[in-house]
Design a binder for this molecule. Structure first.
Ligand SMILES: N[C@@H](CCC(=O)N[C@@H](CS)C(=O)NCC(=O)O)C(=O)O
Length: 263
């Protein structure tokens, strides 16, 4: 909870004096162990109003803008997992998988245009300054594919063998290293699209998901790139009808609608 709240303060556009006062206020309230959470909220609200008056700064916009950073105790959502993303980025694909796995998490949306991803606080999480990035307890991880595979290992159905796990790696790496560039890089698209989509079409003619009858992390990785390409680049997949059907199937899933579908 403290991490989330301090992130809220750190990423808010308020001045340092106000920020220090808020942190001081938050920490003193947090340490009042005898107080019920609801009373803590009341105290914190009163504290923020008084800081707002004493510093002459209106804190409401900063807090409203960062509503997603409100810590778990306040939202009654118990989760140590923080996912950092931003508008018009690929972070919804990780959200999609978190929703499929029913893992509780807090989503922190960075202002990418405002370069929040280049601020020291975020560079301490991902020194490359890119989203998505994840913090699970004290563990930090970035690169969407690595995050997906971590989530599968921690929360997904256990692979039966090294070979089964290797197939998940294969598809996640394929999505990021081959399919993504093949569809999104204009200089490659004409040559790569038929080479990549025809075999995918053959797979989906045989089975509903990449590895058979059930959705796996492979579908989240591959399906999201196909979806981004179709939606963002208006690519015509009509030569690959089984791929179209596959995308329709994915896009009807509640976890998809809640995340990718909101993009
Ligand atoms: N291969 C990385 C790509 C990460 C990436 O390029 N993220 C973009 C958003 S989709 C970003 O953070 N851009 C901001 C920047 O480069 O400053 C992954 O899959 O996570």
């Amino acid at each position: 909870m403290a991490t989330s709240f301090l992130s809220l303060i750190t990423f808010s556009s308020i001045d340092n004096a106000a920020r220090d006062k808020i942190i001081e206020c938050f920490l003193s309230i947090k340490n009042m162990t005898q107080l019920l959470p609801v009373k803590k909220i009341i105290f914190l609200t009163l504290g923020l109003i008084s800081i707002s008056q004493s510093t002459g700064q209106n804190l409401a916009p900063a807090i409203a803008q960062n509503a997603s950073l409100i810590p778990s105790e306040f939202t009654q959502k118990q989760s140590d997992l923080l996912l950092y993303g931003g508008p018009r980025t690929r972070s919804p694909l990780v959200q999609w998988y978190l929703e499929e796995l029913a893992v509780s998490y807090q989503y922190i949306s960075l202002d990418i245009r405002g370069q929040e991803q280049r601020q020291p606080e975020f560079l301490a999480i991902n020194p490359m300054g890119k989203v998505p990035a994840m913090v699970d307890g004290t563990f930090k991880l970035w690169e969407s594919g690595a995050i997906l595979l971590y989530l599968t290992d921690k929360y997904g159905k256990e692979p039966q063998s090294i070979e089964e796990r290797a197939l998940l790696n294969q598809w996640v790496i394929f999505a990021n290293a081959t399919l993504g560039p093949g569809l999104f890089r204009e200089d490659r698209r004409e040559r790569e699209m038929p080479r990549l989509l025809a075999p995918l079409n053959d797979i989906f003619k045989q089975q509903p998901f990449i590895l058979g009858s059930e959705l796996s992390v492979a579908d989240v990785a591959v399906g999201s790139y196909l979806y981004y390409a179709k939606l963002g680049l208006s690519l015509d997949f009509s030569d690959y009808p089984a791929v179209e059907t596959y995308l329709n199937r994915l896009s009807k899933r509640p976890a998809f609608i809640k995340t990718m579908g909101q993009r």
